[in-house]
Ligand binder design. Structure first.
Ligand code: CS2
Ligand code: MG
Length: 402
């Protein structure tokens, strides 16, 4: 099981994905997801130009050693590009090793700790009414947890809300779109949206909302207090994530549960937030968090502090990365919730999943490996199309967090 090749395949079936393939001299192949939305080629270059040549000839069964070689062996550590690159390699190795043994990856992680994985979708609309219609339709499909977002009155384009009638996709233009942000309008609006959701649809489901890094700690505390009567499952990213200590202020002001982590990449990004119990859910996806090998460690630390998982599952995590999330969701003791945003139709012409999402729950069928097939010929029919995430400016033109 010597590594013969490490290749990167970047394609755009409906949206861009960066996939790493590792092949061994005995004919085994494993795939991993290294998609970093809008920065796909940076990860591709990191893997292809800097790491792939160093792994040829390595024993593919030594996942732990290869992880340490890629992380500890590099002087320049951490960060989204590096950790997504390491993740893609790590996922490909878990996939390959599980295929070699003829078992799903979760069996290598000790087996299932639950019968199904609870998933939440995105419910959204240009008005409160439209968002609630969407939410009601998802409840009718069987979902028992919903993320609800809607257009903020007075803010022309909002995070989580599509521009026209098409599905929402944040990276939708070649150069970054400039969006406009108004914190006051959001502070006025969100408690109304959440109140209307509970008034209209009741309390028989878990309710989530993503603030997308846009409040100060005191504003977040103010907001959390206003949401307390509506029993939120979580308020996500109330403040920018890089300031771990800011969550102490949010915590001191509200009992609303807080979910954070989709832009963290390493245990060192969240060590303080975890050990000081500043958050309730940790959202680092396998794809951006150094792979199964590293995220497992982060989730084990979180468990010691009573923090549960809420792994990011936006459309920019490929179906392979999602399956890697599920391998952990199945096996950890501290599972909380799994995001499942969904994919454009064309994505399914390249990726064939063996997981099922029905009635708001995810199940797997026992296929060896991560359980997602990647069709390289089909991928070649969808050449890479670069897309950027938007940027945010305030009304006065000053830059703001997106
Ligand atoms: C989001 C993402 O999934 C989420 O909660 O915050 O949609 C995020 O905006 C994208 O992953 C950015 O690429
Ligand atoms: Mg988010």
């Amino acid at each position: 099981m010597r590594i013969e090749s490490v290749d990167v395949l970047v394609c755009s079936p409906g949206r861009a994905f960066c996939t790493v393939r590792i092949a061994t001299d005995d004919g085994l192949v494993g795939y991993g997801d290294g998609t970093l939305n809008g920065r796909e080629l940076a990860v591709a270059s990191y893997v292809a130009d800097h790491v792939a040549p160093t792994l040829v000839g390595a024993d593919a069964s030594r996942i732990n050693d290869i992880w340490q070689y890629c992380y500890r062996g590099a002087y320049w550590r951490r960060g989204p590009v590096t950790m997504s690159a390491i993740s893609a390699i790590d996922q490909a190795l878990w996939d390959l090793n599980a295929k070699a043994l003829g078992v799903p990856v979760h069996r290598l992680l000790g087996g299932r700790a639950r019968d199904f994985i609870t998933a939440y979708p995105h419910c959204t609309g240009h008005t409160v009414e439209a968002a609630l219609t969407d939410a009601a339709a998802r409840l009718a499909e069987g979902y028992r947890a919903l993320r609800v977002q809607a257009q903020v009155p007075g803010v022309p384009t909002a995070y989580g809300v599509a521009r026209g009638d098409e599905e929402y996709e944040p990276a939708s233009s070649v150069l970054p779109d400039v969006e406009e942000w108004d914190t006051g309008a959001y502070l006025d609006f969100l408690p109304e949206l959440i109140r209307a959701t509970r008034d209209e649809l009741g309390y028989g489901f878990e309710l989530l909302h993503d603030g997308h890094h846009r409040l100060s700690p005191s504003q977040a505390g103010w907001m959390g207090r206003r949401l307390e009567p509506y029993r939120m499952f979580w308020l996500e990213d109330p403040t920018p994530e890089e300031d771990q200590r800011a969550f102490a202020t949010v915590r001191s002001l509200t009992s609303c549960p807080i979910a954070v982590g989709e832009v963290w990449n390493s245990v060192h990004d969240c060590q303080h937030a975890i050990t000081e119990r500043l958050i309730d859910y940790i959202r680092i996806p396998v794809t951006h968090g150094g792979g199964l090998t590293h995220l497992r460690q982060i989730l084990a630390l979180a468990d010691v502090y009573g923090i549960r998982s809420g792994l990011q599952g936006a459309s920019d995590i490929s179906p392979i990365g999602q399956a890697a999330n599920f391998a952990l969701d199945w096996t950890i003791p501290n599972f909380g919730m799994q995001e499942y945003m969904g994919y454009p139709e064309d994505t399914w012409r390249v990726f064939t999943p063996h997981y099922r999402l029905e009635g708001g729950v995810i199940t797997l069928d026992g296929t060896p490996g991560l359980g997602v097939e990647f069709d390289e010929e089909a991928a070649a029919r969808y050449p890479y199309e670069p897309r950027s995430l938007p940027v945010n400016r305030l009304r006065d033109g000053g830059m703001y967090d997106w």
